[in-house]
Design a protein around this ligand. Structure first.
Ligand SMILES: [Zn+2]
Length: 249
């Protein structure tokens, strides 16, 4: 049975991923139902600590993933891309390493305090999201605001980029220059894309990680640039997502 010291060892081993934006997968079908990958994929891992019999993984925006190993759970840290047999519960992949959770019977995502309405709720509370987006500084860029978990909970960097592209809204437009209908269209698109992803649909990505390649809608060249305080990379098409103070290339 994993005791306190093996938890502390796991917490120490996982430090190699702290500070990185991690790719998150939940290969085990029982883990996949928890919608953890959709919520955490691409977020920065801020801290890992052993607390009692739990391992707490803190992500940017205040999300905390709690892993209790019970009798059978094991964390392993391996080089990125290591060959595996079987379906782990969770994989957190950084630039050079990946942390893998096997047989993790307790895996739970906790929301930070003052979290905004959940984009994956059925149905989502779009009116309340809009209200929160209208309550912040109107000069704030829409792409930055969408990642603020206190305004809308659950939109990560991938879905921010893809839903803005679908709704033809530039991430660089200040909120004051984005109409309510446009904001609602972006939020509804984020919900639709993310809900489809939860159901296992594999969708073509239009802008995310496609910088330098042609837009599938207008043929313009996709750009990328860090945005906001945490400098998360924004992806957009300058051809069909116009407006705002676009960074110089
Ligand atoms: Zn375009």
């Amino acid at each position: 049975m994993p005791e306190g010291d093996s938890l502390h060892r796991a917490a120490r081993a996982l430090q190699v991923l702290v500070g990185q934006n991690v790719e998150v997968e939940t290969p085990h079908p029982r883990a996949a139902t928890k919608r953890i990958a959709e919520r955490l994929d691409g977020l920065r891992l801020d801290a890992v600590e052993a607390r009692g019999k739990n391992l707490l993984l803190r992500f940017e925006g205040g999300l905390v993933l709690r892993s209790h190993l019970r009798m059978s759970g094991r964390w392993r840290v391996e080089p990125r891309g290591a060959v595996r047999r079987g379906l782990p519960w969770l994989v957190l992949r950084g630039g050079e390493h990946e942390a893998v959770l096997w047989n993790g019977p307790v895996l739970e995502l906790r929301a930070p305090q003052r979290l905004g309405p959940d984009i994956l709720a059925e149905p989502p509370d779009f009116a309340s999201m809009l209200e929160r987006l209208r309550a912040v500084l109107p000069t704030r860029e829409v792409g930055d605001a969408l990642l603020d978990q206190q305004l809308v909970a659950g939109i990560g960097n991938v879905w921010k980029a893809e839903s803005l592209w679908e709704a033809r809204v530039s991430p660089w437009r200040p909120l004051v220059e984005v109409a309510d209908e446009e904001l609602l269209a972006v939020l509804a698109t984020a919900h639709r894309l993310m809900a489809a992803s939860v159901d296992g649909a594999r969708r073509l990505r239009h802008v995310y990680r496609r910088a330098g390649r042609p837009c599938r809608r207008c043929g313009g060249t996709i750009r990328s640039y860090p945005q906001g305080e945490s400098a998360r990379t924004a992806y957009w098409c300058p051809g069909c997502q116009r407006g705002g103070r676009e960074p110089k290339s």
